[in-house]
Design a protein. Structure first.
Ligand code: NCD
Length: 312
C-alpha cells in the first residue's frame, strides 16, 4: 500500500484510503514509542530539513522528534537569523539547502500556498507544517487519530470546531479530514469569524451559539483566536469573546452529556478555553500532542523515497 500523493500539501488532496493508511502506520509507530528504545532505523541515511518561516513550538518539536525516532538526519532552519532577512527568495533558500543533498522538506510558512508553490520548483517530498490560513494537514490527521483513539471511530461522530474558523488552517484541514472519514461537522463562532457560504462550500453546519453546538456534539475542537492574522478588529474584545464563546468547566458540566475537548495549542487560557476545562477529564489535549509524533512518523515514512515530478 502506498499514498496516492507524493507530497503532503493538504488534506484536500487525500483520499479516505490515504488517511486510513496513515492511521494504520501511526498505530505501529505508536507501539514503537511505548518501547524503552523509541527509535527505529527506517529513515537512516535520509536527510530532512525543517524549514520554519513562522513561529512554532509543538509542531516543530514533534516533527523533529518524529524524524529522529525514524533515524533520519535532521537540519533545522528558522527564518529569523537566516538570509531571508537579507532579501533571499524562498526558491533560492530552498535550492541552496537542497544542493546540500536533502531528501525531504517540512515547511511552515505564513503565506497560504507557499508549499504548493515550492512543489513547482523542487523534486523532493514536501510536508506542509502549516501554510498561512490554508491548511495544517498533520494537525488534522493527529486530531482525527485522537478522536478515533478516544471514541473508537471517526465515522458518524459529531464534531464542533469552535472559534476563529476564518483564519484557522487547523479548522480547514480538520473539516476536510473529518468529512472524508464520515464525521458530521459544525463550525461555531461569531459571524465575523466564520466565512460566508461555508455550509454550501464545505458541507458543514454553521452555528453562532456555543451552547447549542456543545449540546449537539460528541467532540469540541476549540481554536485560538488568530489575532496575528486579523488586520482589523472582528470582535469587540477578548473579554467579550470569552464571555460569549469561551468554553469552561461550568458550561461543560451544565450539558446533558459528557463531551471530549480538544485544542491544537497554543491555548490562550481564559480566552477560548478556561484552565478548569483544559485540564479536566474531558480534555485529550496532551494525547493529541503525544499522537502527533506517531502521525508525523507515519507521514514521513510513507513519503520517503517518493520522487515527485515538478507540479504544474
Ligand atoms: C496551530 C497552528 O500553528 O496553526 N498550532 C499548532 O500547530 N499546534 C494553531 C494555532 O496557532 O492556534
Amino acid at each position: 500500500m502506498s499514498l496516492s500523493v507524493n507530497h503532503l500539501l493538504g488534506i484536500r488532496n487525500l483520499k479516505r484510503q490515504d488517511i486510513e493508511l496513515i492511521f494504520q502506520t501511526a498505530d505501529t509507530f505508536k507501539g514503537v514509542l511505548q518501547r524503552p528504545i523509541k527509535k527505529v532505523p527506517t529513515l537512516r541515511d535520509t536527510t530532512i530539513v525543517n524549514l520554519f518561516f513562522e513561529n512554532s513550538t509543538r509542531t516543530r518539536i514533534s516533527f523533529e522528534l518524529a524524524e529522529k525516532r525514524l533515524g533520519a538526519d535532521v537540519v533545522n532552519f528558522s527564518a529569523s537569523g537566516s538570509s531571508v532577512s537579507k532579501g533571499e527568495t524562498l526558491i533560492d533558500t530552498v535550492n541552496n539547502i537542497l544542493s546540500m543533498k536533502v531528501d525531504m522538506v517540512v515547511m511552515r510558512h505564513s503565506a497560504s500556498g507557499a508549499p504548493h508553490f515550492l512543489s513547482k520548483h523542487i523534486q523532493v517530498p514536501i510536508v506542509n507544517a502549516g501554510d498561512g490560513i490554508n491548511e495544517h494537514p498533520t494537525q488534522a490527521l493527529l486530531d482525527a487519530f485522537s478522536i478515533r483513539e478516544r471514541l473508537g471511530s471517526v465515522a458518524g461522530k459529531k464534531v464542533a470546531i469552535c472559534g476563529d474558523i476564518m483564519h484557522s488552517r487547523v479548522a480547514l484541514s480538520n473539516i476536510y479530514c473529518l468529512k472524508e472519514l464520515g464525521a458530521e461537522v459544525t463550525v461555531v463562532g461569531p459571524p465575523t469569524l466564520i466565512p460566508k457560504h461555508m455550509a454550501e462550500a464545505l458541507g458543514v453546519n454553521v452555528s453562532y451559539n456555543i451552547r447549542e453546538a456543545l449540546e449537539w456534539c460528541d467532540v469540541a475542537n476549540v481554536l485560538r483566536i488568530q489575532l496575528e492574522r486579523q488586520n482589523t478588529p472582528l470582535f469587540s474584545s477578548l473579554r467579550e469573546y470569552s464571555l460569549a464563546y469561551g468554553v469552561n468547566k461550568a458550561l461543560l458540566d451544565s450539558l446533558k452529556k459528557e463531551i471530549v475537548i480538544m485544542h491544537p495549542g497554543p491555548i490562550n487560557r481564559g480566552v477560548e478555553l478556561s484552565s478548569d476545562a483544559a485540564d479536566s477529564s474531558h480534555s485529550i489535549i496532551l494525547n493529541q500532542v503525544e499522537n502527533g509524533v506517531a502521525i508525523r512518523m507515519a507521514v514521513l515514512y510513507l513519503l520517503a523515497g517518493k520522487k515527485p515530478e515538478l507540479a504544474v
